[in-house]
Design a protein around this ligand. Sequence first.
Ligand code: SF4
Length: 1015
Amino acid sequence: MNINRRQFFKISAASLSSSGLAALGMTPTAAQADVRQYKLFRATETRNNCTYCSVGCGILMYSLGDGAKNAKKKIFHVEGDPDHPVSRGSLCPKGAGVLDFIHSPQRLKYPEVREAGSNEWKRISWEEALDRIARLMKDDRDANFIEKNDKGQLVNRWTTTGFLGSSAASNETGILDVKFARALGMVHLENQARLCHGPSVAGLAPSFGRGAMTNNWVDIKNANVILVMGGNPAEAHPVGFKWAVEAKVRNKAYMMVVDPRFNRTAAVADFYSPIRAGADSAFLLGVAHYLLTNDKIQHEYVKAYTNAPLIVREDYKFEDGLFSGYDAEKRSYDRSSWAYELGADGYALRDETLQHPRCVFNLLKKHVERYTPEMVSSICGTPKEDFLHVCEKLASTCVPDKTTSILYALGWTHHVGGSQMIRASAIVQLLLGNIGMPGGGINALRGHSNVQGFTDLGVLTTMLPGYLTLPNENQETLQAYLEQRTPKTLVDKQVNFWKNTPKFMVSFLKGMYGDKATPENNFGYDWLPKWDRSYDVMAFVEQMHKGKANGYIIQGFNVIAAAASSGKVREGLAKLKYLVVMDPLQTETSSFWQNHGEFNNVNPTDIQTTVFRLPSSCFAEENGSIANSGRWLQWHWAAQTPPHEAWHDGRFLGTLLMKLRELYAKEGGVCPEPLMNVDWHYHDPKDPHPEEVAKQLNGYALADLFDDKGNQIAKKGELLSSFAHLRDDGTTTSLCWIYTGQWTQAGNMMARRDNTDTGLGNTPGWGFAWPANRRLLYNRASADPSGKPWDPKRKFLHWDGVKWSGADVPDYPPTAAPGSGVSPFIMLQDGVGHLFSMGAMTDGPFPEHYEPEESPIPANPLHSGSGKSPVARIFKDDKPTFGSREEFPYVATSYSITEMFRHWTKHSLLNAIVQPEQFVEISEKLAASKGIKAGDLIKVSSKRGHIRGKAVVTKRVMTLQVAGQEVEQVGIPVHWGFEGTARKGYLANTLSPRVGDANTHTPEYKAFLVNIEKA
Ligand code: SF4
């Protein structure tokens, strides 16, 4: 008998009552073969998603113990969900080991406190912990809250206690974080995105309108050419990577890897070429130069769908590495000249012939002319013939019926110029006509399971949900904010969807403050904190280090392992008055005060920080949604009760907020209004249910709503089905406008499980993808201006004579006919893809190669000055911590490996067994020159500290020729630390410098200088 497990369950359930299992006719042999299935027979099956990376693989969890009196549900088996459209039942070594994380011996059991100067944890009750935390918070807030700044502007901000959100928690937790922190006036509200994919939003949004992966995991199978650069998906996103392999197998796609290491992705690629870490912009600008000089661009696409024909202002300049408007003293640009020349009608001037010397097309040609193959080879260390081979293969997709898909991850975002590397790839893909196309796009492969969601929700210092911005202190009124933040249309007839900003903002304020938000009080606008500067992670570490911060609330975020220069972070935490860590696990951050020998050599009595360690539930113990890299919101369910005394994060936030309210009600205090008025009307304010929060995120009609023609679109009290129904008059609410549609009157769209393929692997019935369930962003560009698909084999969307039809929801007005003049990039003011990004980037409208702050070569071959980014984020105090090439001659680059997920899986036995110990990769040549053999213990030092690890001497890392000299690279995997099941190790970020990307302040982790020696 040949039945699978699911069929077996189905048949069994139907037959058991009457006939028993024997009646199924199973032979003993078959029964033995299915013995594992018997074990699962009495289990409850619960659907969830893997908690590690942003592929968001479906998992089925099996638990026992439900139903019986006093019995707690406990998971005993986990396997891949065969119905899941992305993972199709697969799990990688991380996901396969997730049971060992759920039951890790390092799971926290009870609330504990480490008193100032003490050398031990002390068990306390939740009640005591929260009473003490509320007291500490209120005292700090009352003492340091800033109601008005020096100019007398109302700012309502609290700068001395910060909040770090977890990027593996659910969206429902994330929005509670936002409500909680902003209600208290916190401006240091951040999440992991700051330290990983921040540059994706900064690079993609100015190029196309949104900062997300343009396509999705399954769509990669439609590519003809795949360029993997700045990422290593075979190791970091193994299950998502199977769609790249599918493209090779079924579509005969040609896969190329350009990376500092011959990694596991390279091992299955058709072509590999090395590159010096941090030189990717030079490579990509060289590709753009090749395409332009060899006439390998898709002309019709470039003319119709990019800003190539638009004319730039006369005062825009680029000379010797500097764009116009540079202020050396402030290390910043006045960006006003990076703009179009406007006509009398306020619209951008254009030249359809592309002859005008200042049209974007010619400025781009001029800008990239320096990036010749010889120059690229010299800067990157990539052999010239390799570079040209990559160019030729990419160029083969400049025709309408071929596409390249670009895959990248932290290999681009973890660089000081990361945002511009992504911009450079955007330019390449626009020239090739590959954006909006199935099998094309720029696929930002997000890291943590919900880092996309936490970015969408604006858990970032100057952001609000849905990519709205938190007001700054000069935006004193709602009106001023909306005037400044609502973009003007720059080309006639364009959608310019952000023109709806007032509707999104007012609906957010209604979600935030509920009935307390009225037209009379500008919907509570004054209660939002207003920022004066960025309070990002780098900035808050600086503040802590200077002794100017008092408290830190950290939720599922191991900051001493994640932020740059771990030593400085640890010193900063030691200057706090209180630290609160909510986490399922014992993390290095919560035990930063503990002596762990060479790995954390501190004296606890010197550290006066009071530390609370609070056990939180993990993904397997909660309902909620997470957003995968392809923007799919997927709902998951709890399969067991939280162990011991662990609480859901929402319960922690709700109970703490109620305690703070009690204190303010009893004692009074500074500016209680925002905290008292934040809408927290949950069925139990101390423990909000994820379902009610998810509905708030979606939004409601607060009055009967009618369309232009007088048809009713929603009754008062109903859930909204589209963000198109949002209003700016207070009659709608939505905490995150891009999520509107996730939970409608028809139910929870995120919980849908229809995996029907509507074409080219598209599965719109599975979960819900923001925005509006679109699966492929900018999909109007998959058809030519007349509405015909560029490629008949890739028919995704087409004009059917009345409307846009096809496999996906159009990312375009559904009835805007071809010829109506509406361009496909509807979020941008001019409707077209940006080769020139105007003033959206802080470091230039075109990318430029700058040397890393710690460079192995004496000068940037392109510029006469330092050749380093003139606007990179650098704090004065950190300058002495940068090393020179004389002292630290080798380029270090950090990375992840297949079996481990950041600093998390070292708590999981299975993963700790397969990768028990810290190692470092070096080339055979470097090893020989230092007398190092494979397996020797070596010491790797930077100006900031050192680590030790076993030497892996390998051909995977090679000696490169860069600007006339040899450059060696040192590969440093990041996964070990002094807590966990694996052997103790050093935190790899001990080595990395505090220098940040100019746009996002995301630190450099992948190109800095070290020395090595035998330990
Ligand atoms: S770590 Fe990523 S690829 Fe691996 S099982 Fe989990 S979600 Fe899938």
